[in-house]
Design a protein around this ligand. Structure first.
Ligand SMILES: Nc1nc2c(c(=O)[nH]1)N[C@H]1C(S)=C(S)[C@@H](COP(=O)(O)O)O[C@H]1N2
Ligand SMILES: [Mo]
Length: 201
């Protein structure tokens, strides 16, 4: 039995439904840190989440404004395109749907870009940001999100590969066409569904 089969058998023995393990992924208990550039120092007092583009009203939400939209908790699995998966991560955050609702998405909107410092961005169809599991996350595993994992505030789009979840998020731009993000312009798949192994273009 090779590494992946042995790893999968271990995960199943731990009670993980094999249907939750995307093809070509292995389970890790560690949580690897992956990003481009240095970890930015984010000052929560001056941090804002800007929502702009095809919205009725541009928003610049402070942390308190964001949390006032209402937080939820959910447990999800993380799938990285480099083949590791971390199961049962507990998150707390505001559904991105609630943020976009507060801005009022215009009917012509179809796509989005989520932005971060150092020109990191990722594109997503609007529907993926509106999915119930998609959060502007403020907490993980019962505590603050560690800076190296994108804290204090990152997005989480758990049904897609993890490069679609933006650490140190600063903005969500709503568009009527698709614009590739940082990795998408460098050959990663446009959508990135792990269960369809949409790794590279
Ligand atoms: N701002 C920002 N977000 C980012 C990245 C990045 O370089 N910058 N890298 C992405 C990639 S490729 C991955 S795999 C995940 C890793 O998240 P983690 O370090 O918390 O595991 O963050 C994603 N979000
Ligand atoms: Mo990644």
């Amino acid at each position: 039995m090779g590494f992946f089969d042995r790893n999968r058998a271990e995960a199943v023995a731990l009670g993980i439904d094999p249907a939750r393990i995307p093809p070509g992924q292995y389970r890790t208990e560690r949580w690897p840190v992956l990003h481009e550039g240095p970890v930015p120092a984010v000052d929560l007092a001056s941090w804002r989440l800007r929502v702009w583009g095809l919205v009725e009203q541009e928003l610049r939400l402070s942390y308190d404004d964001l949390v006032a939209l209402g937080e939820v908790e959910l447990t999800t699995d993380l799938h990285c395109v480099t083949k590791w998966s971390r199961f049962d991560t507990l998150w707390r955050g505001v559904p991105i749907a609630a943020v976009l609702d507060a801005a009022g998405v215009r009917p012509s909107a179809t796509h989005t870009l989520t932005h971060a410092p150092h020109a990191y961005a990722t594109n997503l169809p609007l529907a993926d940001l509106l999915a119930p599991g998609s959060l502007v996350a403020t907490s993980v595993d019962g505590g603050p999100i560690p800076p190296e994992h994108g804290g204090p505030v990152r997005t989480l789009v758990p049904h897609l590969y993890l490069w679609k979840s933006v650490k140190w998020v600063t903005g969500i731009q709503v568009l009527d066409h698709d614009v590739p993000g940082y990795w998408e312009a460098r050959g990663y798949h446009d959508r990135g569904d792990p269960f369809q192994e949409q790794r590279y273009r």
